[in-house]
Design a protein around this ligand. Structure first.
Ligand code: SF4
Length: 319
């Protein structure tokens, strides 16, 4: 039975997601009608919290009233989205992550340099859709079976969506060496993604079972689960504590590790830790589940890793 839960270091929201959330909250608390263009993260708890703070999520700019504020989320958008928003008289609050802005600039330089560009990424992912606004002719490839579509050209460049696994980027770079006379490689894998993978591996090596918390379709979450199995630690991937319905999963585990994707708030990790201790722990441990889960979080989480750097807004404070 479970005697201890360890949370991986440097989990919680990445700085890009946190900044976008904070900008939306600041706008709403200043009394502005505020919407995010698309869900800022696919996490129900966070979306609810934003609604309470007065921030709603819209699918298109047409759903935002003239004069209201619209927040661009961390993934960024095509340049034309900014133009359309401004033409509609909206106040645009740019929450594009600084790393993604840099990526967009580098992509633009490759376009200006006349390279045939290969972009490693998930074709419909919002970050990739935004990047294609800068390089409409870029060839987007994801899994290895896609790579046969890459042509041979004299001058080629390779760049990547920020959350792609580094090993895949390196493998594709090696594959492309024989495709071009000149190959320019721009490594835009986000350092936050790399650090998170390192910390997850460190935890996975020291525990009997890992629980990975994040969106079902999140590429960076799936990669964390894959890495756990590579070091031989069984891993369960869930969206939140409610998905942990089988207490028997913890019967053979003494120490359980918990980690999360870049869109998973620390609060969710604490809840998962508490649930594991309460349902899978010894009677003595189960009684102290709340206290032990908070201690596990405090042992690793720095204030910078918290869900948001701002105090939570209340309906009264944003009215
Ligand atoms: S994963 Fe990295 S690039 Fe993507 S939003 Fe977070 S900090 Fe920015």
């Amino acid at each position: 039975m479970v005697q201890e839960v360890r949370i991986a270091r440097r989990t919680g929201f990445c700085y890009g997601v946190r900044e976008a959330i904070d900008k939306a909250k600041v706008s709403a608390s200043a009394g502005k009608q505020t919407s995010t263009l698309g869900q800022v993260v696919h996490n129900e708890g966070v979306i609810r919290q934003l609604q309470v703070a007065g921030v709603r999520s819209v699918d298109t700019l047409d759903d935002v009233n003239g004069g209201a504020a619209v927040v661009i989320r961390a993934h960024g958008v095509k340049p034309e989205v900014f133009e359309r928003a401004e033409a509609r008289g909206l106040e645009v609050i740019d929450g594009t992550c600084t790393w993604v802005i840099q990526e967009q600039r580098q992509l633009q330089e490759l376009v200006d340099g006349g390279y045939t560009i290969v972009l490693l990424g998930t074709p419909k992912h919002p970050e990739v859709v935004g990047l294609l606004g800068f390089a409409p002719d870029a060839i987007v490839v994801d899994e290895e079976e896609d790579w046969v579509r890459i042509p041979s050209r004299k001058r080629m460049a390779l760049i990547t969506q920020s959350t792609q696994p580094p090993w895949k980027f390196e493998k594709l770079a090696a594959y492309m060496v024989s495709k071009a006379h000149e190959l320019k490689i721009v490594n835009t894998v986000c350092p936050v993604t790399i650090r998170r993978q390192e910390d997850t591996l460190e935890t996975a090596r020291a525990v009997d079972l890992m629980v990975v918390v994040g969106g079902r379709h999140s590429a960076n979450t799936k990669e964390l689960t894959r890495l756990c199995s590579i070091v031989g630690t069984p891993a369960i991937q869930i969206e939140n504590a409610l998905d942990l319905t089988d207490a028997a999963a913890f019967a053979r585990a003494r120490v359980v590790g918990v980690t999360g994707g870049t869109s998973t708030p620390l609060e969710d990790l604490r809840e998962v830790a508490e649930h594991i201790l309460r349902t899978g722990g010894t009677p003595e441990i189960a009684k102290r589940a709340t206290e032990l889960a908070s201690a596990a979080l405090d042992a690793v989480a720095t204030p910078a890793g918290r869900t948001t750097s701002l105090p939570r807004a209340t309906p009264a404070s944003v009215a």
